[in-house]
Design a protein around this ligand. Structure first.
Ligand code: 5GP
Length: 179
């Protein structure tokens, strides 16, 4: 284990169990619907891969990439589309699949942007939601875990493109981000 990594915040088994619960609920809610999962690159890929394979309903998958943290942990406050959807979502039942909600800025932008394309429905599934006071008020329809306000890595989340492949989620040791 790297010296940059701190304590495990959510273990591998806990993640698996929660994904099963979320996918059971999603399977029920989207029975007989036209579900399209929109994964937000790159952080959500591991979550999306595991979640989609547990969903017992036909799904289509598309991706968007938006700018957020880059190699610094401070958000710029501006969201830009780096890669748009390939599919038209008009009339589809769209579920945004996001890794983590921090300030909520990214999600707020995505919801507004995707709503303007007139999907039949638009909901949000986020694996993690940080407990912070300054978070924008956003309805998260399916939330995996509430997490403390620490910089987290693993299970899709990176630090400077590292650690996405860890099967668990852990905190980066304070000080590591400045090195
Ligand atoms: P927000 O717009 O909600 O402030 O930030 C959302 C995005 O910031 C996430 O999709 C993720 O890419 C990044 N982010 C926020 N918190 C963390 C964190 O603790 N660890 C990592 N690796 N990325 C984070």
């Amino acid at each position: 284990m790297s010296e940059e990594l701190g304590q495990i915040v959510i273990g591998e088994e806990e993640i698996k169990k929660r994904i099963k619960e979320l996918s059971e609920q999603i399977s029920k809610d989207y029975k007989d619907k036209d579900l399209m999962l929109v994964g937000i690159l790159r952080g959500a890929i591991i979550f999306l891969a595991d979640l989609s394979r547990e969903i017992k309903a036909p799904v289509e998958i598309d991706f968007m990439a938006v700018s957020s943290y880059g190699s610094s942990t401070k958000t710029s406050g501006v969201v830009r589309i780096l890669k748009d959807l390939d599919e038209d979502i008009k009339g589809r039942d769209v579920l945004i699949v996001e890794d983590i909600v921090d300030t909520g800025l990214t999600l707020k932008y995505l919801i507004k942007n995707l709503k303007s394309r007139k999907p039949a429905s638009l909901k949000v599934c986020a694996l993690l939601r940080k407990k912070i006071e300054q978070q924008m008020s956003i309805d998260i329809d399916y939330c995996g875990f509430e997490v403390p306000n620490k910089f987290l890595v693993g299970y899709g989340l990176d630090w400077d493109e590292k650690y996405r492949n860890l099967p668990y989620i852990c905190a980066l040791k304070s000080g590591s981000r400045n090195s």
